[in-house]
Design a protein. Structure first.
Ligand SMILES: *[C@@H]1O[C@H](CO)[C@@H](O)[C@H](O)[C@H]1NC(C)=O
Length: 502
């Protein structure tokens, strides 16, 4: 919207580009003579919740002034993270509106049934032995076979068995992409005769849920040769249904918010923050392990939390004014409202707390877990899902209570991420993680696995490429969140709400 006018005698002719990780992956069409273009070309890209995926869009970039592209003027550029597009209720931005996002559902399975009428007779001694071949179209205009029906012998009016195919196989998640279907007459020797073809799309096929759809089967060669040629028969879509295994994106687009809470270990085993050996030590050049882990995970999650207000707690310290040990004190020192504005706000409050509290002990997780569980229990309709990030040096003191708290939390819309910093042995954390053995407490088993644990040291890169190693850390701790959210929705039979109408 409101692009700059660069053409002297008319309006600009904008064409956008999109890029990921520096390389171009697509180019929109050029729309003539407008400052408010609506591009329609679509781009299909893989989405990973646990990674930051940056997109860059621009008018024609400077290097397009080449013989290949012809002279084009640079209109400007915009940056956006894919997570922001998916997490925001609506695409927004003054110069670039992303206002159509088909969320492909890789787990969506289509079941359809087709029949044909009055197909051409191909066999000398009989009628035809028809079968269908489905092709998905690729980005470059080529076609890939994605399904073959069985052969129905000796008929011009075959009815094929219903069959199932993943939506992804049919159209790669692009509902408007051409799906080509060839009709063949089967021959024993493999030299199947082409009867004719027709084209459709997933979107068109899906309309058959409410009406019969009839396609004309055309043979282009016959059409050229015979003047009176009408068609080589018709194919009717008898039924079409989609089994939806909803995806994480479906829920996020449907308005589910991730509510992110942070809890930081302020126990004495971390070492005095003023000492370079301390896990809380931050030099002017380097963040502490705690701050790094918080930033790495927080910066990805914040795209899915629209108010960007993050409650942040500390545990295991003596807190002013009375110097009592607390296992759940607000980092911003505001008991009424422990929310900090953005990840930056959490970092600021964390540093502030380091200066005011006295690191002590023991290391109790249960109080913060129960705190977040109490909030998560208030909204269980799937519109809010809580992610608690606990950063700790790992010597846990209240294992029994923590197990009990996690088992209780496992029936609530929440997940727990534990990042262990420092050199400690983290066996207790592995047990909480429950990847191998489902966690239980006093004979009660956790309903779902909701804990993900990773040791920070596995991600400290000696070569000093912190950005890369933090991205890997985030990737590993966040990888299970979509699955955990889906398992909650599934056990509660919660369907995604419809995305905002466009
Ligand atoms: C969760 O996040 C949403 C959106 O950011 C916010 O409206 C809601 O109040 C939060 N819920 C809690 C319990 O903090």
């Amino acid at each position: 919207r409101n692009l700059l006018d660069l053409d002297t005698f008319s309006k600009s002719d904008p064409g956008g580009w999109q890029s990921r990780a520096g390389s171009m992956f697509g180019r929109t069409e050029v729309i003539d003579n407008t400052l408010n273009p609506d591009f329609v070309r679509k781009f299909v890209l893989d989405y990973y919740f646990e990674e930051k995926q940056n997109l860059r869009d621009w008018g024609n970039p400077p290097w397009s002034h080449s013989a290949f592209f012809g002279a084009q003027d640079f209109l400007g550029q915009a940056f956006v993270a894919l997570g922001e597009v998916i997490g925001s209720q609506r695409g927004q931005g003054p110069t670039l509106c992303l206002h159509h996002l088909d969320s492909p559902c890789p787990q969506d399975i289509v079941t359809m049934q087709l029949c044909a009428n009055k197909l051409d007779k191909k066999d000398f001694f009989g009628k035809s032995d028809p079968f269908l071949v489905f092709y998905r179209s690729n980005e470059d205009g080529t076609f890939t076979i994605c399904h073959k029906t069985e052969v129905v012998k000796n008929t011009l009016n075959p009815v094929w068995q219903p069959f199932t195919i993943p939506v992804r196989a049919l159209c790669n998640g692009d509902y408007d992409r051409t799906v080509k279907i060839d009709v063949y007459d089967w021959d024993r020797d493999g030299s199947h005769d082409f009867i004719g073809e027709f084209a459709t799309s997933y979107r068109e096929l899906s309309r058959a849920q409410s009406q019969f759809t009839v396609y004309e089967v055309l043979n282009p060669r016959k059409k050229c040769k015979k003047k009176k040629y009408v068609n080589s028969g018709t194919v009717t879509l008898l039924s079409f249904s989609v089994e939806s295994e909803f995806t994480f994106v479906d829920y996020i687009r449907g308005g589910t918010q991730l509510n992110f809470t942070v809890a930081i270990d302020f126990t004495a085993s971390n070492g005095l923050p003023s000492q370079p050996t301390s896990l809380h030590y931050a030099s002017p050049y380097q963040l502490s392990a705690y701050a790094l882990a918080l930033k790495a995970v927080g910066e990805i999650i914040q795209d899915y939390d629209s108010d960007k207000l993050f409650p942040a707690y500390g545990f295991g310290a003596k807190v002013p004014p009375d110097g009592k040990i607390s296992h759940q004190f607000p980092l911003n020192n505001n008991v009424e409202n422990p929310s900090c504005a953005g990840i930056e706000g959490v970092l600021e409050s964390y540093l502030q707390s380091l200066r005011t509290v006295q690191l002590y002990g023991p290391t109790n997780f249960a109080p913060v877990i129960n705190q977040v569980a109490g909030i998560a229990a208030q909204v269980t309709d799937g519109s809010q899902y809580h992610v608690l990030l606990i950063i700790t040096d790992g010597v846990i003191s209240d294992m029994l209570q923590t197990k009990e708290a996690i088992v209780t939390a496992s029936s609530l819309p929440m997940s727990i991420i534990i990042v262990g910093v420092g050199p400690a042995e983290f066996e207790a954390m592995e047990e909480l993680d429950g990847d191998e053995v489902r966690l239980s407490s006093r004979g009660r088993y956790a309903e779902r696995d909701i804990v993900q644990f990773v040791p920070f040291r596995d991600y400290v890169d000696d070569s000093g490429n912190q950005v890369l190693s933090m991205a890997r850390l985030a990737k590993d701790v966040l990888a299970e969140i979509p699955e955990q959210l889906l398992s909650y929705m599934k056990t509660r039979d919660i369907k995604p709400r419809r995305a905002d109408p466009e």
